[in-house]
Design a protein around this ligand. Sequence first.
Ligand code: AMP
Ligand code: GLY
Length: 415
Amino acid sequence: MTNVLLIGAGGREHALAWKLKRSPSIGRLFAAPGNPGIAEEAEIAALDIADGAAVVAFCRQNAVDFVVVGPEKPLVDGLVDELLAAGIAAFGPSAAAARLEGSKAFTKALCDVKSIPTARYARFDDLAAARAYVERQGAPIVVKADGLAAGKGVTVAASVDEALAALEDCLAEPGSSVVVEECLEGPEASLFCLCDGRTAIAFGTAEDHKRAFDGDKGPNTGGMGAYSPSGLMDEALVERAMAEIVRPTLEGMAEAGTPFKGVLYAGLMLTVEGPKLIEYNVRFGDPECQVLMMRLEDDILPILMATASGGLADVSPRWRDEAAVTVVMASPGYPGAHRRGTVIAALPPESDTVKVFHAGTTLEGDVLTATGGRVLNVSAIGTDVGKAADAAYEAVAQVDWPEAMWRTDIAHRAR
Ligand code: AMP
Ligand code: GLY
């Protein structure tokens, strides 16, 4: 039996907790900080996850064998390094390897070294030089803040003026830098890979909806919904992306002395010339993780442990034939300032095919309230993406939360 501590508090971590709890080899399952949904699967640990020494001490006191880190922040801050140094096995990359998400400039430099297909780019920390470059290149052009920006630091500028304004924003803080990229064209899909430092295996495809409103309009969000598998990536295309993008990345990271272990989430643009890398994340997507966990047939725990211990060469995960869809229900106003504390009076009954993962919920006594931006992840499986979406929306209709906002067209691209 393996005692596990899961780090995180979102829908992604609720899905991981739900799947971990169903592992035949799970012992005690702890979570920090957790949320009311996670609390149904795991023992919540009163723990400051930013305090690595406290996490190590908790693991020692509670005989935790394995730590699974969900979000990027503790990874970039080096939590896995601290755990490994203390002799505690952990799932997720080191801080040095997490730079694949934390620094776009780092990733772009690696793409250069390993000839990985991606948008042409230039990096600046000087506004005048950046302006001159943008004026020379013309629009459309893409401006990205360098550093962790949670998907909000990207401007796809249709005009030079818009690009210049974005440059000023990105370079306002002293010491900041900006990446200016060629604008790629094509549909987008996400490829999830597990990497053990040497071996990378594909771990499912998905598409998400980043914009707040129907028709993929409105401001960018952390993701308003997702579905898996992506209808855009067949096995041959997955294999091509593994060969041209993911495996060279893993090789480059190993050669640099910073081998990558954990989830590598490749955001791809499927251009007429083939798949090109838009960005890497070094953790599961949220809500993409929810659809992957709904579809994963196998026990997740040995897969995560093999990733951490270098044993992926022997792993080939099995997936249900069905598709999965997650619809995110959010607080009114999200992604701007949103109202907190509206009451969720009822959730739909759960079944083998419908599951509601919690993100920003709080339980006060026995009243469930919405305290975060993204609050519920209503997830369903079905024989195809359309049927899974229908089932998810049937469940959304049964949520008694009058103030909720959600998109009504999740998975429209796949219908
Ligand atoms: P990122 O945070 O890097 O994933 O960027 C957010 C979104 O901006 C992506 O999902 C794309 O839709 C878009 N984007 C980023 N880079 C490019 C690019 N080079 N060309 C076109 N669109 C891009
Ligand atoms: N859903 C996008 C992300 O997790 O980055």
